[in-house]
Design a protein around this ligand. Structure first.
Ligand SMILES: NC(=O)c1ccc[n+]([C@@H]2O[C@H](COP(=O)([O-])OP(=O)(O)OC[C@H]3O[C@@H](n4cnc5c(N)ncnc54)[C@H](OP(=O)(O)O)[C@@H]3O)[C@@H](O)[C@H]2O)c1
Length: 320
């Protein structure tokens, strides 16, 4: 945006923007997006600000008095991490969200953008998922504690809007991927896990890669930089209580994804689908019509280009 408007002031010139989780995978791109638009970005690390501690959060917000808060911090992970730590995922995400909303109210923040997740949708939702279906069922069991904790924040935001006039947006991004993702197989999401397994097999000359599940579930993937742009635009343009989907609208099955990743990595072997491992939600794809309408935004990066960029990054950073 700035490139097209060389002399125009940035969208957030003169605004203090506090970003939680700013040093995580998505946060690093969100920091860049706001900085490029002239914001004075405040990006406390986890060590500097423990978001589960209500008085620490209140104190930090009252000291900084941000105009805008973007709440990204969360305990996140793939199916394995969600299954191993359901209590931690539910507790930490609930505590952080409640503390951030309450501190934003007390510090009279002008706009709060909260990042939810596609995992908050019910297990069986008509595809593509429309925002109005968010409450019509319970999330898929493997990620329900995470999804429910995140979904409760949508209600929190609406309640704080109604009672205290807290303005802002609640966003529901599809599964994210891109440079800087978590490639640790213990906690990673599906794309970095597949990239790592294919790369390691290619280098070792192995002909088979084992992947989780049956390969039939579908997902939608949003390139991390595109998501950061949508968050920036939401902070500038959205003040409404309804959640907003962020995605591409492209649904791919796990088998299709594996083939794309084999192409991107140059792995020429075959996949062994381990159906003893969970599939997770059967289908996921978002209706992105409202984001187009409300934000005037569409994801710019194709899955093929985004995967190529992610593989390039992983080859430069094999330690993750
Ligand atoms: N990744 C996805 O596919 C995806 C999809 C949809 C929505 N989202 C949402 O996008 C947001 C960012 O996700 P991400 O993938 O960037 O996650 P991430 O890389 O794990 O980043 C999360 C950040 O939150 C920080 N954090 C966690 N607990 C904290 C606490 N108690 N106090 C302070 N900071 C804390 C982490 O710091 P430490 O690492 O130091 O603990 C980390 O910097 C999350 O809200 C997530 O739900 C992600």
């Amino acid at each position: 945006m700035s490139e097209e408007q060389d002399d125009a002031p940035g969208l957030f010139e003169g605004h203090r923007v506090l970003i939680t989780g700013a040093h995580g995978f998505l946060g690093r791109f969100v920091q860049i997006a706001f900085t490029e638009e002239g914001a004075d970005v405040i990006a406390p690390t986890h060590d500097a600000l423990e978001l589960r501690d209500p008085s620490a959060v209140d104190e930090a917000f009252l000291e900084v008095r941000p105009h805008v808060v973007v709440h990204l911090a969360a305990r996140v992970g793939g199916i394995g991490a969600n299954q191993k730590h359901p209590g931690t995922f539910w507790r930490d995400n609930t505590l952080m969200g409640v503390n951030v909303l309450e501190a934003a109210r007390a510090a009279e923040v002008e706009r709060v953008v909260v990042i939810g997740t596609v995992c908050a949708y019910p297990k069986f939702t008509p595809v593509p998922f429309e925002e109005s279906h968010l409450w019509e069922g319970f999330p898929e069991e493997t990620n329900a504690p995470y999804g429910v904790a995140k979904r409760a924040l949508a209600t929190g935001m609406q309640a704080y809007r109604d009672e205290f006039g807290l303005a802002g947006a609640y966003l529901l991004p599809a599964n994210l991927y891109g440079p800087g993702d978590n490639f640790d197989l213990e906690s990673s999401h599906v794309i970095p896990a597949m990239i790592r397994k294919c790369e390691e097999a290619r280098i070792a000359g192995r002909e088979t890669v084992e992947l989780w599940g049956t390969g039939t579930p579908s997902r939608e993937f949003l390139y991390v930089e595109d998501c950061a742009e949508a968050i920036l635009l939401s902070a500038a343009r959205v003040d409404e209580p309804e959640p907003l989907n962020l995605g591409t609208g492209r649904e791919v099955t796990m088998r299709e994804l594996a083939t794309l990743i084999a192409t991107a990595t140059g792995f020429e072997g075959t996949f062994d689908w381990n159906s003893d491992r969970p599939d997770g939600q059967p289908r996921r794809s978002l209706d992105v019509g409202r984001a187009r309408e409300v934000l005037g935004w569409e994801a710019a990066t194709s899955l093929e280009d985004g995967l190529a960029e992610t593989v390039r990054w992983y080859r430069d950073h094999p330690e993750g």
